[in-house]
Design a protein around this ligand. Structure first.
Ligand code: GLN
Length: 494
C-alpha cells in the first residue's frame, strides 16, 4: 500500500486525479502523523475538523474533474499567517488567543485551490531568530539527530515548526516566511527544499509583519517540483498589497526541464567566509561540479559589499520591527496587562508590552528605536540604507554576466538546542551570513538539500536568481536536485 504521508505533492496530485487515493484518506493519514508528533512541538494549533471539511470538499471537486494541483493536498501554516477564526499569534504571548477575522491572501489562494489545512506551526516570536527557541510555545525540536547522539537539535528558525513538521511527515508541504533566511536555513537543516521568492512576488497581506521591506512568504517542500507547484498557487497580483508586483504568475512547473546547458552560474569569492568548515566548502565545490557536469559554466564573481550585509541587516530589520510592533499596545492589538491603582495610560502600555513580548523581541525594539532616533538616524539607519543600495548594486552587476549564483545555505549543520542561546546574540545572528544579502536585494533564493555532514545531518546549497526569475531559478535548482540525489530521512524516534 502507498505510504500516503511520504508522497510528493506531484505524486499525490496524480493519484488523487486518477482516484487511486482520496483527499479524505490523505487528510486522515496526516491527522494521525500530526497526532503522533507532539514530541517535536511543531504545531501550535491543530485543526483536524477544518482538514476533514476541506478534504471532503476537495473530494467533491476532484470528482467533477479539472481540479487544481493543490486540491486535497494537506498543508501546515506558519503561525504568522492570519487564518480566519484560527489562532494566529506569530509565536508571541502578546497575541495570545488572537483569532483573525480575515484570511491572508496566500492562505486564501491555497484554499481556493483546494488545499487542506492541518494546523498552525510554531515559529520564533515575530520571526526573530534562527533556532526556534524564542516561541511562546517552547522550543521546536528537529526530527533529525546527529550520529550516535540523542541530544535534541534545532530545526532552524524562524520557520522551525514548518521545517520540523514537514521533515517528520506531518504535512505534505508547509508555509514559511523569510526575512533574512528563515525559510532557507531551516530547510537546509532538515533536508528540505525552501524557497524565498522575489520581494513582491507573493502578497504580504494578512501576514503579521516583522520587517516589511525584507519579509517574503514561501514554501517548504520535499522536492523542487513541489516548490514550483506551491509557488504557482501562493503567488498572485494582489490589490490588497500595494507592494505586490503586477507581473502575471507563470507556470513554474512547466519551466522544469532540467536543461541548464550554457547557463552561467556565479560563485562569489567573498562567501568563502573566515573559518568556513571544510565539509561546507567541499559541499559547495561538489555542487558547482554537478552543475558543470550538467552543462553549466561556473564563473567566479565578486559581491564586494557582502561583509557589511549582516551589520546593515541588524539595523534595518530591527528599525522596521520597532515600527511594526508599535501597534501591540494593549489597546489596538494585543495583551493588556492589569494596571495598578494610580496607573495611567503610559503605565498600561509599558506593563502590557513588558509582559507580552519576549527578550529577543524587546532587544530588537530597543535597537530599532535607537537607530531611528533623531540623534542616531544618520549614523546608523541612513548608512545601513546606503549599504543596502550597494549590496543590491553588487547583485545587479553580477547578474549582467551570470544567470544564477551558487553558495552554501548555512555555515554549519543544525546545532543543539540551547547551545547558542547563552552565548552572545551575535553568534546566532551569524547564522544568516549567506542568506541575508538576498533579502536586502529583494531577490529570489532557494535552498536545495545537497549532502550530509560528517555528523550525519543534512546540508543545503543555496541558489540565488534574478528578480522575478523564479522559473529559471527553479529549473537550475531542479538540475542540482537531480545530481545531488538527496534521499535521506530522519530515523523515527518520536
Ligand atoms: N535569523 C534572522 C533574524 O533573526 C532572520 C529571521 C527571518 O528570516 N525571519 O532576524
Amino acid at each position: 500500500m502507498t505510504d500516503l504521508t511520504t508522497l510528493t505533492i506531484a505524486d499525490a496530485r496524480d493519484k488523487l486525479r486518477a482516484k487511486e487515493i482520496s483527499a479524505t484518506d490523505l487528510a486522515e493519514a496526516y491527522i494521525a502523523t500530526v497526532e503522533g508528533g507532539d514530541a517535536l512541538n511543531a504545531y501550535s494549533v491543530k485543526t483536524p475538523e477544518i482538514a476533514r471539511e476541506q478534504a471532503k470538499a476537495a473530494d467533491d471537486r476532484l470528482g467533477s474533474g479539472g481540479a487544481p494541483s493543490l486540491c486535497g493536498i494537506p498543508i501546515g501554516v506558519k503561525d504568522l499567517y492570519c487564518t480566519k477564526g484560527v489562532n494566529s499569534q506569530s509565536g508571541s504571548n502578546i497575541l495570545k488567543d488572537f483569532k483573525p477575522a480575515y484570511e491572508s491572501t496566500v492562505t486564501q489562494n491555497l484554499w481556493n485551490d483546494g488545499a487542506v489545512m492541518l494546523g498552525k506551526l510554531s515559529m520564533d516570536e515575530f520571526a526573530m531568530g534562527s533556532s526556534n527557541e524564542t516561541a511562546c510555545y517552547g522550543n521546536v525540536v528537529s526530527p533529525w539527530r546527529a550520529k550516535g547522539s540523542d541530544a535534541p537539535l534545532t530545526p532552524g528558525g524562524s520557520s522551525g515548526g514548518s521545517a520540523s513538521a514537514l521533515a517528520a511527515d506531518m504535512a505534505m508541504a508547509t508555509l514559511g516566511t523569510d526575512t533574512g533566511g528563515s525559510i532557507r536555513q531551516p530547510a537546509a537543516f532538515t533536508g528540505l527544499v525552501g524557497l524565498k521568492p522575489t520581494w513582491g512576488r507573493v502578497s504580504r497581506w494578512g501576514i503579521i509583519a516583522f520587517a516589511s521591506s525584507l519579509d517574503q512568504a514561501g514554501p517548504f517542500t520535499r522536492t523542487v517540483r513541489d516548490a514550483a507547484i506551491m509557488l504557482g498557487s501562493m503567488a498572485s497580483v494582489d490589490d490588497k498589497d500595494s507592494t505586490s508586483a503586477e507581473i502575471a504568475v507563470p507556470d513554474y512547473e512547466a519551466a522544469l526541464t532540467g536543461d541548464i546547458k550554457g547557463k552561467r552560474i556565479g560563485v562569489p569569492k567573498e562567501y568563502v567566509a573566515d573559518g568556513m568548515s571544510s565539509e561546507i566548502k567541499a559541499l559547495w565545490e561538489k555542487g558547482a561540479e554537478d552543475l558543470r557536469a550538467k552543462g553549466a559554466e561556473i564563473v567566479e564573481i565578486s559581491l564586494p559589499h557582502t561583509k557589511y550585509a549582516l551589520p546593515a541587516y541588524y539595523i534595518i530589520a530591527p528599525a522596521e520591527a520597532s515600527s511594526n510592533l508599535a501597534r501591540y499596545d494593549g489597546v489596538r492589538y494585543g495583551h493588556r496587562a492589569d494596571i495598578g491603582k494610580g496607573d495611567g495610560i503610559t503605565e498600561m502600555y509599558e506593563k502590557s508590552r513588558a509582559a507580552g513580548f519576549g527578550a529577543e523581541v524587546k532587544r530588537r525594539i530597543m535597537i530599532g528605536s535607537y537607530v531611528l532616533s533623531a540623534g542616531y538616524y544618520d549614523a546608523y539607519y541612513s548608512r545601513a540604507q546606503k549599504i543596502r543600495t550597494l549590496i543590491k548594486r553588487d547583485f545587479e552587476q553580477a547578474f549582467e554576466t551570470v544567470d544564477a549564483i551558487l553558495t552554501p545555505t548555512t555555515p554549519s549543520p543544525a546545532f543543539e538546542l540551547g547551545s547558542m542561546t547563552d552565548a552572545d546574540p551575535v553568534e546566532m545572528y551569524l547564522q544568516d551570513i549567506f542568506t541575508v544579502t538576498v533579502n536586502m536585494a529583494g531577490l529570489p533564493g532557494i535552498s536545495v538539500p545537497a549532502g550530509m555532514s560528517e555528523s550525519g545531518l543534512p546540508l543545503g546549497l543555496q541558489l540565488i536568481g534574478k528578480a522575478f526569475d523564479e522559473a529559471g531559478l527553479l529549473n537550475t535548482a531542479y538540475a542540482l536536485e537531480e545530481t545531488a540525489g538527496f534521499t535521506a530521512k530522519p530515523d523515527k524516534w518520536w
